[in-house]
Design a protein around this ligand. Structure first.
Ligand code: HEC
Ligand code: HEC
Length: 492
């Protein structure tokens, strides 16, 4: 009898255990202050060292800003960098963009313990986690404004896994993306776009910003309760998007400055500091270095009909940079990742906010969710929502292996279900060959795969049964490792 019960329940039990383990890592008893005691010491240390590094980069950048010899390009990109590393611009003054995007991981998540467990990172309100993995934003600057290409029969461009930062309003998907996290309740958590401008007006780099944008940038009549309103995490009760009471002209100034903040961040992300084309791969194509025999064999496989890799992760072409993405979306048939704390966020938190009313029933809708929802700017696109359920934008493969040390874990795919490049390649190779895992199967990810989260729109043509040997899988991984920026050129 015991056995029968175990069979029936072990699936759910496994999900529950994983979630408990994941949230125990970073839980909260009150007031937005994390309950540090329940975080394992090693994780706590990792977070602290990231926070220290952020402060260090911020201080160094502020120092550089004092130089009077910066040209306009340097001023704008440095301003964007300072904003990107400024923790004071989040509701609890504890989270900059870089908390989830640091250089040592190719501007993706810098905490190995999170990548291994929760995948998602806590917001400024530390009990709130989003549903997805922080993407690397290196080379994101090349994504075009989201459009539908009728010949290809595909959406192309935009930012985020689901393309929802279209770029239509500012003619820049990257700048529009930068306006998302500050106002996202599970990320930086500000209650009103004006709060970003208000907070910045009190920062030591205000004068530098005024030099770049003009003296009007912060010339806003702030209401007396601005500080109090901006210290409250969003969303505002009743869903009011603009709870800070500003007159029409002041609102206009604040919005314009908010747009310029976003454009400065985009300029930083686009600059050679973030997007340098300095991988071993680039040195090899420029004739300045050579692949090892393994890397070369891996590259040949990557470009071959046997794998189809470069059909989506394009390695350039006439007039085209090798960005290792074509900015279209696909559903690879990944299973859900029960480790995401998002599944647990089904009851109101202490501030009355519920991140995920569907709880364990939540299905990540991908691009289809964006097309079906209120953020879709184009009525004609809405009709295609169903066929884009569970599809995600193809990420660049540049910097997929960038990590600060060999035992640092990175999570892969939108939900971070896969934890190494070997697992990624094994998934592409064997998704349709290996049997479906049974509950609690020890061979998960090696000899079996769980069912896909969204089977209906899954790509069944190009992947799932590549017939690669174990050795060939390793060769592909060896090639992917040549895409890490910062490859030292040999001295001449
Ligand atoms: C709490 C963690 C967190 C913080 C803070 C954060 N991000 Fe992200 N970032 C993510 C996640 C998660 C995604 C993917 C979200 C999605 O697809 O829904 C993402 C996606 C992105 C992308 C899209 C890349 C692409 O190729 O589509 C860019 C660019 C980016 N972030 C930049 C920023 C900037 C700029 C800030 C600060 C204004 C910021 N992030 C703050 C977690 C974070
Ligand atoms: C049909 C288009 C397509 C093909 C073919 C394809 N990919 Fe992908 N790749 C994607 C998409 C889309 C994602 C993101 C999927 C998701 O998160 O759900 C992805 C994700 C990845 C990632 C994870 C990146 C990250 O930052 O998490 C790696 C690594 C990768 N692919 C390598 C490969 C390799 C190697 C091949 C060939 C064996 C390949 N891909 C073939 C579209 C494709």
């Amino acid at each position: 009898m015991g056995l029968k019960l175990r069979r029936a329940w072990s699936g759910t039990a496994a999900v529950v255990t994983l979630i408990v383990a994941a949230t125990a890592l970073y839980s909260d008893k009150g007031g937005g202050k994390p309950d540090r005691d329940r975080i394992p010491a090693a994780t706590r240390k990792e977070i602290q060292s990231v926070e220290l590094e952020i402060d260090h980069i911020e201080a160094e950048s502020l120092n550089r800003a004092r130089q009077t010899t910066l040209d306009r390009f340097q001023q704008i990109t440095l301003l964007g960098k300072i904003i990107f590393y400024d923790q004071q611009l989040s509701v609890n003054r504890n989270e900059s963009c870089s908390f989830c995007h640091m250089p040592e991981t190719g501007f993706s998540g810098p905490v190995s313990a999170f990548n291994q467990t929760t995948v998602a990172y806590p917001g400024s309100v530390r009990t709130r986690f989003s549903a997805r993995k922080p993407q690397s934003h290196t080379y994101s600057a090349f994504a075009p404004v989201l459009h539908y290409n009728p010949e290809q029969g595909d959406f192309v461009g935009g930012q985020f896994w689901d393309m929802r930062a279209t770029g239509l309003r500012l003619e820049s998907p990257l700048a529009e993306q930068a306006q998302g996290p500050p106002l996202d309740p599970v990320e930086m958590g500000l209650i009103d776009p004006g709060c970003m401008v208000y907070r910045m007006s009190q920062r030591p780099y205000r004068a530098m910003a005024e030099k770049v944008w003009g003296a009007q940038a912060f010339a806003v009549q702030w209401p007396e309760n601005a500080r109090e309103v901006c210290d409250r995490p969003g969303p505002a009760p009743g869903g009011n998007p603009l709870p800070l009471h500003l007159g029409a002209v002041d609102r206009g100034i604040a919005q314009t400055t908010f747009d310029q903040i976003a454009e400065a961040i985009a300029a930083f992300e686009e600059s050679p500091e973030v997007t340098p084309f300095s991988a071993k791969y680039d040195s090899v194509t420029a004739g300045k270095a050579e692949f090892t025999p393994e890397e070369k064999a891996g590259y040949e496989l990557f470009r071959s009909k046997a794998t189809h890799c470069n059909e989506c992760h394009r390695d350039g072409g006439p007039g085209e940079e090798p960005l290792f993405t074509d900015f279209t979306a696909s559903n690879l048939g990944l299973p859900r990742n029960p480790g995401l704390p998002f599944y647990e966020e089904s009851v109101p938190d202490k501030l009355g906010y519920t991140a995920n009313a569907n709880g364990l029933k939540y299905l990540d809708p991908g691009v289809g969710g964006f097309l079906a929802g209120p953020q879709n700017p184009n009525h004609e696109w809405a009709a295609m929502a169903r066929s884009y359920l569970g599809k995600y934008k193809t990420p660049t493969l540049r910097n997929v292996d960038q990590r600060p040390r060999a035992d640092f874990v990175k999570a892969y795919m939108h939900n971070g279900y896969l934890k190494s490049l070997k697992e990624v390649v094994h998934f592409y190779n064997t998704r349709d060959v290996l049997p479906a895992c049974r509950a609690g199967d020890r061979g998960e990810k090696v000899t079996c795969w769980p069912a896909p989260e969204n089977p209906d729109t899954m790509n069944r043509k190009q992947l799932g049964n590549l017939k690669l040997s174990d050795k060939q899988e390793d060769l592909l991984v060896a090639f992917l490792r040549t895409l890490t920026d910062g490859y030292p050129l040999p001295p001449k």
